[in-house]
Write a protein that binds this ligand. Sequence first.
Ligand code: 2P0
Length: 364
Amino acid sequence: MSNDTDHRSVTCQASPNIALIKYWGKRDDELIIPDNDSLSITLDLNDMHSYTTVSTSSSMTSDTFYFEGIQQTKLSRRMEKVLNEVRRRAKDSEMKFVEIRSHNTFPASSGLASSASAYASLAIALTNLFHLDDPQSTAAYLARIGSGSAVRSVYGGFVRWSSQGECLSSCIYPAEHWPELRLIVLIFNSSKKAVSSTDAMQRTRETSTLFQARLSTINDKIDKLIEAIKNKDFNTFAKIVMMDSSQFHAVCMDTYPPVIYLNEQSKHLIDLVHAYNKADGNETMKVAYTFDAGPNPFCFIREEHVEEFLGLLQYFYPTTNDNVRKQPMANTVEKFPSINLAIMPNVLEGIVSTKIGSGPKIIS
Ligand code: 2P0
């Protein structure tokens, strides 16, 4: 930290987002221009966020990056790309070097994409520190060239990332639009994925024929999903979200060599959700799952069903793991004798329960 009188800093908090309609494939790897539009919700800052402080002063002699308090020997190529773009846009005299300090309030291994919240918070902090023009669009652009899906974490609520025009993001509905919607994240496996999303989506583009079929149906699907969100129609919402998740994983399977992110526990959870949704014998959906590039399910559920579903999770995934909530839940399984599935002990590494958030916050 410098003692210079011209030392300035800005801190920003941003949270991860979860795609309801997945981004997969880019037609420009450098500028990260996606092949398709995607739609996501941004999570609540109070439950998890990246916290990034960017400082500058005339006495700094190089860019430095501290992650979780530890100085990194080298900035990643993508981080350098973001800084170079800021230098290009800032007036020369205003930007020499920066010090970046970033930390996450959630473990990188939680199954949530920390790169989205990290790049969104970095982009917003840089935009503010150097008073860049058109701050919303500039922050979205900088976040996107850092990591594609980060462009969606620049806004709160329900966010669409367009694959046309400027290829930026916009808020479709704010968080308050559907406050009863909750998200339960189950951590089945916290280890790093074998194939990165960046590499896997490139391989999909080169080899999958299903991929083209997926692209041709995305916009129609997004229109229907936006209508369901507008009407808070959980049944339609749930079906579209689950089907897009499955289609995305089918495309990964159709990639050569195949990319397989789901595991035995993911499949069990899929069966559990469908069994639970139809256990009442009526057409009312209670839970919807979606899976990103990993085996961990993100379950959407209305507030009124959260306790009941947590009871089922506790019954089917009993664990001695301390990260999993231990207080006795109502034994909801007795209410649903039709759910005839195996119990899977000690597969659950953690549960995160959260909701939709209002978007990033500038702290100083
Ligand atoms: C998404 N994913 O829409 C999709 C669904 C994973 C599955 O965006 O290369 O880390 O930085 O643009 O954003 C993960 O890909 O990839 C992702 P890059 P990113 O959330």
